[in-house]
Design a protein around this ligand. Structure first.
Ligand SMILES: C[S@@+](CC[C@H](N)C(=O)[O-])C[C@H]1O[C@@H](n2cnc3c(N)ncnc32)[C@H](O)[C@@H]1O
Length: 247
């Protein structure tokens, strides 16, 4: 089922602005989000959509029969997720406001975790802490589906030469932008401050250090308006699928 677009403005690229100026939710699922939805349909445990915004992935997973905990730092997003969930699916939906890296859930409680385009809002140590928690929260055999913006996404492309230089020098967080206002147009309503775009290698490293087995790590393109397939060499997002094996 394709979820209905959330109420509110949706721009021509199929991107819906979040209510707390943390960028946009895409109305089109990329391959990694679709892989989460497919895997969620096989899970007997509940699955977690961390940073769900208006719930594009939550609604798709619910439609497959999964039990979903939709989580976001912004309670108004969670109200929209609930409102747009069909009545006969609501018994399988829970919502909880929580913020990474402080969020806490019981160990081993989820069959899968999606965290799509959220952790680039965190510092390196906070990303490490969050991914360590994801590992703890997954049941053995569970999978993490992790997506971030990269140094080649949107406005941050202008910073890519600095990222590439720092990457060559071996910095651990070479994409880190201390002040995004340098790259934002004057008309932008997006919050300025720091941002930490990542590449697939960075995500792979942190996931391995947290104890995950990596199933795939790649750049992926943004799925554009009308769900058009991205160019094969597009690098808008970094996507990792990682597994928690039996101890
Ligand atoms: C760019 S949107 C991504 C939405 C959706 N997951 C997607 O991939 O299109 C980021 C979402 O993550 C939430 N968010 C940002 N930082 C967060 C944090 N530290 N903890 C929990 N949620 C956060 C925002 O409120 C927003 O809903």
């Amino acid at each position: 089922m394709t979820p209905s677009p959330p109420r509110g403005p949706q721009d021509i690229r199929g991107m819906v602005p979040t209510l707390n100026n943390t960028g946009f939710m895409s109305m089109h699922m990329n391959g990694c989000v679709q892989a989460f939805v497919d895997f969620a349909s096989t899970c007997t445990s509940e699955v977690l959509d961390m940073g769900c915004a208006f719930g594009i992935a939550t609604h798709a997973a619910l439609a497959t029969g999964a039990r979903v905990l939709a989580c976001d730092m912004e309670p108004r997003h969670l109200d929209a997720v609930t409102e747009q969930t069909p009545l006969d699916e609501r018994s399988r939906l829970r919502t909880q406001a929580a913020t990474l890296p402080g969020a806490e859930f019981p160990d081993g409680s989820f069959g899968a975790i999606l965290c799509s385009r959220v952790i680039h809002f965190l510092t390196g140590p906070d990303i490490e802490q969050s991914i360590t928690k994801f590992h703890r929260w997954l049941a053995p055999g569970g999978k993490l589906f992790l997506i971030t913006d990269t140094p080649y996404s949107g406005y941050w492309k202008a910073h890519a030469p600095i990222y590439e230089e720092k990457k060559r020098a071996g910095e651990l967080w070479p994409g880190f932008i201390a002040d995004t206002s340098v790259y934002l147009p004057a008309s932008s309503t997006r919050s300025s401050g720091f941002l930490n775009p990542c590449d697939p290698e960075i995500l792979e490293r942190v996931c391995r250090e947290a104890g995950f087995v990596i199933e795939s790590a790649a750049y992926i393109g943004r799925v554009t308006e009308s769900g058009a397939t991205p160019l094969p060499d597009a690098r808008d997002h970094a996507a990792v699928i990682a597994r928690k094996d039996q101890p």
